[in-house]
Design a binder for this molecule. Structure first.
Ligand SMILES: CNC(=O)c1c(C)[nH]c(/C=C2\C(=O)Nc3ccc(Cl)cc32)c1C
Length: 279
């Protein structure tokens, strides 16, 4: 079914990023609440416009319990805006979870950390196998792109649209917006982004969920690149287990050959031992 803008009632703005704004909207006919992300494409080159439309079309066919569901898109030629219709996640995003813990001086339960590690790992496993022969190699793995449903499960969202819109080729670290705290050593050196770079970013995300700060932090890209290249970081707080710290340390190995693949991760006995028992 193809939708029209007037099929939806805009309820509220729920987020704004470098490349678009997300609104909570209600389908006037079914009353279903979803999100539409509005991206202006007027200033994009023809090539990037086609990449954006192709990428969204690909995502529409991707179905996984821990990947935000893309339903459809609406192109408004008058305003040169693309409306991406996406699943609503009432729990908000992990960036807000981290901010709340910092504000209240609390921390995330280890049980939830293991759940995030497994669920995002299984989402990436689908992407790495699903996307291996297609154009979408980039994911923007960060707390602001991981969303929570109403049962405390996580969903990875916003696949690389921002990077496709922002000179996504490696070696453009200097032109990136903001400080890329999750950028892997290989990408910092200008090498091609690959699936092990996703593993690194996942390690940074889960580390930050525990420590409430990224594993590598600096005031400028030069110092950050140096710290990332050395690969040394503080242990996660001592109320988290040694086994969790060991798994995170493996994801943050500087040598990508030694870093586990996402397939190794989701099958790791320690990960599987922390999954809820099926009753
Ligand atoms: C304060 N904002 C929120 O609580 C919030 C809620 C309840 N949902 C969201 C965001 C999304 C949401 O609910 N579904 C989404 C799908 C894709 C993208 Cl890029 C974002 C979202 C946000 C930012």
């Amino acid at each position: 079914m193809s939708y029209k803008l007037n099929d939806f009632e805009v309820l509220e703005l729920i987020g704004s990023g470098s490349f678009g704004s997300c609104y909570k909207v209600r389908n006037r006919h079914t009353h279903e609440v979803i999100v539409w992300k509005v991206i202006g494409y007027g200033s994009l080159s023809e090539e990037k416009k086609q990449l954006l439309v192709t990428e969204v079309s690909l995502l529409r066919d991707l179905r996984h319990p821990h990947i935000v569901r893309y339903f459809d898109r609406i192109v408004c030629k008058e305003t040169k805006q693309l409306y991406i219709l996406i699943e609503y996640c009432p729990g908000g995003d992990l960036a807000t979870v981290i901010k709340t813990c910092l504000r209240n001086n609390t921390h995330v339960e280890e049980r939830f950390v293991w759940r995030v590690l497994y669920q995002l790992g299984s989402a990436l496993q689908t992407c790495h196998s699903w996307f291996s022969s297609t154009i979408i190699l980039h994911r923007d793995i960060k707390p602001a792109n991981v969303f929570l449903d109403d049962s405390g499960n996580v969903k990875l969202g916003d696949f690389g649209l921002a990077r496709k819109l922002d000179a996504s080729q490696p070696g453009c670290v200097e032109t990136m917006v903001g400080t890329p705290f999750y950028m892997s050593p290989e990408v910092m050196k200008g090498e091609m982004y690959n699936s092990k770079s996703d593993v690194w970013s996942l390690g940074c995300l889960v580390y930050e969920l525990c420590a409430l700060k990224p594993p590598f932090h600096a005031q400028n890209i030069k110092d950050l690149a140096y710290k990332v290249s050395r690969g040394r970081f503080d242990r996660i707080p001592h109320y988290y287990s040694d086994s969790l710290h060991r798994v995170l340390s493996s994801l943050l190995l500087v040598n990508q050959e030694q870093r586990p693949s996402i397939f190794d991760l989701v099958c790791h006995p320690v990960i599987l031992s922390h999954l809820p028992s099926v009753s």
